[in-house]
Ligand binder design. Structure first.
Ligand code: WT7
Length: 659
C-alpha cells in the first residue's frame, strides 16, 4: 500500500467514529428544501400531499378530481379521472416552454463518440418513431419489447411507446437472448426493438443474430425493429424486420400525444422473485410519473436550469426507467449518458466524464464505489471533480467504509450523500435523506420520503418493533406503487399483501430501526440475491444450472462478497460418473450465461455428493449459507441425513487444493 493510500485508510478509520453528518452549510443554504416541516405536512394528509405534487410538477391534460381510490385494496388506483401523456410531459411541454435546445443527454460512446441530444431532437425522433410503430401495427395497449444498450434511442423507443399508449417491456442488455425470449413470451410482446450489435469494452456482440436464434418462432412477435448501432452485418427477415432509421425517415414528422387515462399501463418490467419465474411488475401512467418526477426533484435537490445530472445505472433496470428517463426528462434535466463499462477505455473514465461535462450530481451503486476503492483514490484524484455537489447511492446497502470513501474522495467532503432505498415494485425512491434537511448516518438510508410511511414489524404478528430488527413494510399506498404483476393478480396479492393484509405492503427486506428512528436495511428475506445491485432469484439460477446435461441437482445461495455485495455460490451434484473438473465448472458457468446472462454466473461452485434436505425433501439453504460463509452450523436435527453436512465440510476444506 502506498503512503497516501495508507493515510487515507487511516483517516477513513477515524471518520467511522462520526455518527452523523449534517447537510454541509453551503449546500443547505442553496437547497430547495431545507425546512423539516415538509415531513409533517405530508404526514398530515399523504394523499393530498401527493396530489399537490402531481399538479405542481406535471401539466395534466385533464386534472384529476380525486387522489386515491382505495375501494378495492390492494388494487389501488391514483388520480383516476385525470388524463396525461408521459411522453408529452417529458418532451412537448419543455419544447413549448422554449427550452427545446436544452441538452437532454450528453451521450458518450465507448470509443469516445459524442452526441448531445436536445429536447427538441428527442421530441422529433419520438414523434417519427411513434408514427412508425403505428405503421407497423402497434396499438394502444400492445406490449413492445425493448432490448437495447445505453444509447439515446432507448429513451426514444420508450417515449414513442408511451406516446401511443403501447406498454414497453424493457429487458436489460446484459440478459441473454433466452431470458429476453421468456419475458417476451410471458407478456405476449407484439414488437421488439433491438440493435444490430452491441459494444462492450472494444468487442461487438451480434445481438440481432442471437435474437433471431431465440425468438424466431415466437408466435406473438410480429415485428422486429433494428437500430443500426454498430454497423455489423445482421440477418433481416423480410416482412418481419425493419431498420429503425428507415422507418423513421419514412414516417410523418408529427404525432400528437394522446392523453391517456391516469391508470393506463405505462410499462412492465420483469424482476426476480422467490420462484424461477420472473415477475412482471406493472406500472401505470399518472401515479408513476408523479412518484418518479417528485422524488427526482426533491431527493436530488434538482435545479433543472443549472444541474448536470448523471445516473450511472442501466436503463434496463428500474433505476434507469425512473432516474435516467422519466424523472429527469419530466423535470427538464440535462443528463450524462455513458454507453460503456467503468474500466474502458481506462479506469478513470467516470471521472473524466464528470470533469468534461462538469457533472453536479452523481447517482451510482455501492458495487461501483467498492470497485473504485480497489483501483485506488489516485485515479479519481487525477481529475477535477469540483463540479459535484450531491452524490447518490442505490441498489444495495452501502457499507460505512464505502460511504466515507465516496464522501471524502469523490465528494471532497462538500457533497451530501443520499442513500436511496427502493425497489422495482415501488417505482420511485421510498427511503432516503432529503439532502438539505436530513443528518445522514453512513450505511443508513435514514427515513421515509415525505408522504411515505415505512415501518419495521415483527415477523409473525406484524407488530411494530420500535427499536430493533424485523421486516420492512410500507404502510400506506403511494402513487408510483406497482398495480399488479402482469397477468398474475393472485400472485401479486399473495406476494405482497397476504402476510400482513391488504393495507401493508410487504417489502421482502429485513431492516433495523435505531433509537433516532433511522432505518437500516439489512437485506432480502426471500430467496432473492443481490449481485452488484442486480436482482436474481436462487431458483432461477438453479434451474439454469440443472439444465446442463451433466448436472443432477443444484442449490444456490447468495454469499456475502467484498466486491459485489453478494455473489452466487452453487452447490452442485453431478450425474454419476462425471468427474469434478474445471471444464465442467466452466460448462456450468456457460450454461448460466446463456440462459440468464453473464452477471448471473456462479462465482463459486462447491461439489456436493448430496444436499442437506429435510425429511420432506426441502433443501435447507440456511445450512448451505452457514457452511459457505464458514459459520458454525445452525440446527441440523431436522435433516434427513445429518452426515451430508460433514461431507460438505470436507469438500469446502478441500476447495483450496483443487485450484
Ligand atoms: C432491492 C430491490 C432500487 C432500485 C434498484 C434495485 C435492495 C435497493 C437499497 C439501499 C439497501 C437496497 C433491497 C431491495 N436495495 N436499494 N439503498 N439500501 N438495500 O431495485 O432490483 O427491485 O431491488 O434492492 O434489497 O428490496 P430492485
Amino acid at each position: 500500500m502506498s503512503e497516501t493510500a495508507g493515510s487515507l485508510e487511516h483517516e477513513l478509520e477515524g471518520m467511522l467514529e462520526i455518527e452523523k453528518f449534517p447537510p454541509p452549510a453551503d449546500f443547505r443554504e442553496h437547497a430547495e428544501w431545507a425546512d423539516p416541516a415538509i415531513y409533517e405536512e405530508a404526514a398530515a394528509d399523504p394523499v393530498a400531499w401527493w396530489t399537490a405534487r402531481s399538479k405542481e410538477l406535471l401539466d395534466w391534460d385533464v386534472e384529476p378530481t380525486e387522489g386515491l381510490n382505495d375501494s378495492d385494496p390492494p388494487f389501488y388506483r391514483w388520480f383516476e379521472d385525470g388524463r396525461i401523456n408521459a411522453s408529452a410531459q417529458c418532451l412537448d411541454r419543455h419544447v413549448a416552454a422554449g427550452i427545446g435546445d436544452r441538452v437532454a443527454y450528453h451521450w458518450r460512446g465507448e470509443e469516445g463518440e459524442r452526441r448531445d441530444v436536445t429536447y427538441a431532437e428527442l421530441l422529433d425522433q419520438t414523434q417519427r418513431f411513434a408514427n412508425a410503430l403505428k405503421g407497423l401495427g402497434v396499438e394502444k395497449g400492445d406490449v413492445v419489447g425493448i432490448y437495447l444498450p445505453m444509447i439515446p434511442e432507448v429513451a426514444v423507443a420508450m417515449l414513442a411507446c408511451a406516446r401511443i399508449g403501447a406498454i414497453h417491456n424493457v429487458v436489460f442488455g446484459g440478459f441473454s437472448a433466452e431470458s429476453v425470449r421468456e419475458r417476451m413470451s410471458f407478456s405476449e410482446t407484439k414488437a421488439l426493438i433491438t440493435v444490430d450489435g452491441a459494444r462492450r469494452k472494444g468487442k461487438t456482440a451480434q445481438i440481432k443474430a442471437q435474437v433471431d436464434e431465440e425468438m424466431g418462432d415466437l408466435a406473438s412477435l410480429e415485428k422486429i425493429v433494428v437500430i443500426r448501432a454498430t454497423g455489423v452485418e445482421c440477418p433481416m427477415t423480410e416482412g418481419r424486420d425493419v431498420f429503425f432509421d428507415e422507418v423513421c425517415a419514412a414516417a410523418e414528422p408529427e404525432c400528437p400525444a394522446e392523453p391517456m387515462e391516469a391508470e393506463h399501463p405505462l410499462f412492465i418490467l420483469y424482476t426476480s422473485g422467490s420462484t424461477a419465474s420472473p415477475k412482471g411488475i406493472l406500472h401505470t401512467t399518472g401515479g408513476y410519473l408523479t412518484g418518479a418526477t417528485t422524488t427526482h426533484r426533491y431527493v436530488f435537490d434538482l435545479k433543472p436550469e443549472t444541474d448536470v445530472y448523471w445516473c450511472a445505472a442501466d436503463v434496463g433496470w428500474i433505476t434507469g426507467h425512473s432516474y435516467i428517463v422519466y424523472g429527469p426528462l419530466a423535470n427538464g434535466t440535462t443528463s450524462v449518458m455513458w454507453e460503456g463499462a467503468p474500466d474502458y477505455p481506462h479506469q478513470g473514465i467516470w471521472w473524466e466524464l464528470v470533469q468534461d461535462y462538469k457533472a453536479t450530481i452523481l447517482y451510482a451503486a455501492p458495487t461501483a464505489i467498492r470497485t473504485f476503492i480497489k483501483w485506488g483514490a489516485d485515479i479519481p484524484g487525477r481529475f477535477d471533480l469540483s463540479s459535484l455537489r450531491l452524490l447518490g447511492s442505490v441498489g444495495e446497502p452501502i457499507n460505512p467504509k464505502a460511504w466515507l470513501w465516496y464522501h471524502k474522495v469523490i465528494g471532497g467532503e462538500r457533497c451530501p450523500i443520499v442513500d436511496t432505498w427502493w425497489q422495482t415494485e415501488t417505482g420511485a425512491i421510498m427511503i432516503t435523506p432529503l439532502p438539505g434537511i436530513t443528518e445522514t448516518k453512513p450505511g443508513s438510508a435514514t427515513t421515509a420520503f415525505p408522504g411515505v410511511s415505512a415501518s419495521v414489524v415483527g415477523e409473525s404478528e406484524g407488530e411494530p418493533v420500535g427499536e430493533g430488527q424485523g421486516l420492512l413494510v410500507l404502510e400506506k399506498p403511494w402513487p408510483s406503487m406497482l398495480r399488479t404483476l402482469y397477468k398474475e393478480d393472485e400472485r401479486f396479492v399473495e406476494t405482497y399483501f397476504s402476510r400482513f393484509g391488504v393495507d401493508r405492503y410487504l417489502v421482502g427486506d429485513a431492516a433495523r430501526l435505531d433509537s433516532d428512528g433511522y432505518l437500516w436495511v439489512i437485506g432480502r428475506i426471500d430467496d432473492v440475491v443481490n449481485v452488484s445491485g442486480h436482482r436474481l432469484s436462487t431458483a432461477e439460477v438453479e434451474s439454469a444450472i440443472v439444465a446442463h446435461e451433466n448436472v443432477a441437482e443444484a442449490a444456490v445461495i447468495g454469499q456475502s462478497d467484498p466486491d459485489t455485495g453478494q455473489a452466487i455460490c452453487a452447490f452442485v451434484t453431478l450425474n454419476d460418473g462425471v468427474a469434478h473438473t474445471d471444464e465442467v465448472i466452466e460448462a456450468i458457468r456457460g450454461e448460466v450465461a446463456a440462459r440468464i446472462g453473464k452477471f448471473a454466473r456462479p462465482k463459486r461452485i462447491v461439489w456436493a455428493d448430496d444436499l442437506p434436505k429435510t425429511r420432506s425433501g426441502k433443501i435447507m439453504r440456511r445450512l448451505l449459507r452457514d457452511i459457505a460463509e464458514g459459520r458454525a452450523l445452525g440446527d441440523v436435527t431436522t435433516l434427513r441425513d445429518p452426515g451430508v453436512m460433514a461431507a460438505l465440510e470436507g469438500q469446502i476444506a478441500a476447495e483450496g487444493d483443487d485450484e
